[in-house]
Design a protein around this ligand. Structure first.
Ligand code: NAD
Length: 265
C-alpha cells in the first residue's frame, strides 16, 4: 500500500511523522509513504525518517492507494488539476486536508472524462497538529463512498469522527484551532504561576498534568464539566472565588467569541 502526501509542510509533515511512527499498523514501513513538496528543505527530515520524497506531485501519486492533499486551501484546485489524470480512480482514495473547501468544489475539480461514469472516492479530512503524536481529533466528511482507507489511516493518528459537511466549520474551530486555544490557556496559567513564585518549566509540568486529569475525568461515561466543577467548588471556598474572578474577566464569553470568530464561513 502506497500513501502519497502532497504538500508536506506543517500539517502534511505531522501526518507523515504520525504514520511513520505507527508503522506497521497502516503503512508497513516508512518507505511506503511518499511525501511531495516543491521545497527539498521541507522534505529532508521526512527522508531522514525513511520516507521516500520527491518535488514532483505526479511522481508521488503514481500507484498510490491513498493520496492525502495538504496544501493551502487556495492551491487545492491547481494541485488537483495537476495530479488527477495520474491517479487511478478505480482503487485510489483522495483525502483533502483543507479548510474552506467543499465537497461540491471537490466533486467538480476531481471530475475527469477518462474515468467514465466512475467517480473517485474522496473526502475532506480535518485533523489537528497532534497527529504527529497520534493524538489528533480528526473529522472526516465523505464525498463519495465511505473512504475506508482514510478512516483507517487517520484512526492510527488519534480519534476520527465521520460528520456531516454542515458541521465541519464549527468542528474545525473547536478541534483544529482549538489546539491553540488550549495551549494559550496553559501559557496564561504559566504566567499566573510565575507571578505566584513558581518557575515556568515546573508550572508547565503541573498545568499539563492537571489538564490531562480534567480531560480524563470527562472521558468517563455520563460525565459533564459542571458536575466535575461542583465537586471542587466548596461554598465559600477558594475554587469558586477563582472561577468567579475568571468569569468577571469574561472567561466563558472570550472562549465562545473566539470559537465563533474562527469558524470558517
Ligand atoms: P504549510 O504551508 O505548512 O504546508 C503546505 C506546504 O505545501 C508548504 O510546505 C509548501 O511548500 C507546499 N506547497 C506549496 N505549493 C505546492 C504545490 N503546488 N504542490 C505541493 N506542495 C506545495 O501549511 P499547513 O499549515 O500544513 O496547511 C496545509 C493544509 O492543512 C491547509 O489547507 C490547512 O487548511 C490544513 N490544516 C492545517 C492545520 C494546522 O494546524 N496547520 C490544521 C488543520 C488543517
Amino acid at each position: 500500500m502506497k500513501v502519497a502526501i502532497i504538500g508536506a509542510g506543517a500539517m502534511g509533515g505531522a501526518i507523515a511523522r504520525g504514520l511513520i511512527s505507527s508503522a506497521p499498523r497502516f503503512i508497513t514501513s516508512p518507505g511506503d509513504l511518499c511525501a511531495a513538496n516543491p521545497s527539498p528543505r521541507r522534505l529532508a527530515p521526512l527522508a531522514e525518517a525513511g520516507a521516500s520524497t520527491t518535488c514532483s506531485n505526479i511522481e508521488a501519486v503514481r500507484d498510490a492507494s491513498l493520496v492525502i492533499l495538504c496544501v493551502k486551501p487556495w492551491l487545492v484546485k491547481d494541485v488537483i488539476t495537476e495530479i488527477k489524470d495520474h491517479i487511478d480512480y478505480s482503487y485510489a482514495e483522495i483525502a483533502v486536508v483543507a479548510a474552506c473547501v467543499t465537497i461540491s468544489d471537490l466533486n467538480e475539480w476531481l471530475h475527469k472524462e477518462s474515468a467514465g461514469s466512475r467517480s473517485p472516492s474522496f473526502c475532506i479530512v480535518m485533523p489537528n497538529t497532534a497527529v504527529s503524536l497520534c493524538k489528533s481529533m480528526t473529522f472526516q466528511v465523505n464525498g463519495n463512498g465511505t473512504c475506508p482507507l482514510t478512516l483507517k489511516a487517520f484512526g492510527q493518528l488519534g480519534e476520527v469522527m465521520v460528520i456531516e459537511e454542515r458541521l465541519l466549520p464549527a468542528a474545525t474551530s473547536i478541534a483544529s484551532c482549538g489546539i491553540a486555544y488550549a495551549l494559550r490557556y496553559i501559557r496564561a496559567a504559566m504566567e499566573g504561576s510565575v507571578e505566584l513564585g513558581i518557575r515556568a518549566p515546573l508550572a508547565q509540568e503541573m498545568i499539563v498534568q492537571t489538564l490531562i486529569g480534567a480531560a480524563s475525568l470527562l472521558q468517563e461515561p455520563g460525565t459533564h464539566p459542571e458536575t466535575e466543577i461542583d465537586k471542587v467548588t466548596t461554598p465559600g471556598g477558594l475554587t469558586i472565588r477563582g472561577l468567579n474572578a475568571m468569569e468577571h474577566s469574561g472567561f466563558t464569553s472570550a472562549v465562545i467569541n473566539g470559537l465563533k470568530a474562527s469558524t470558517p464561513r
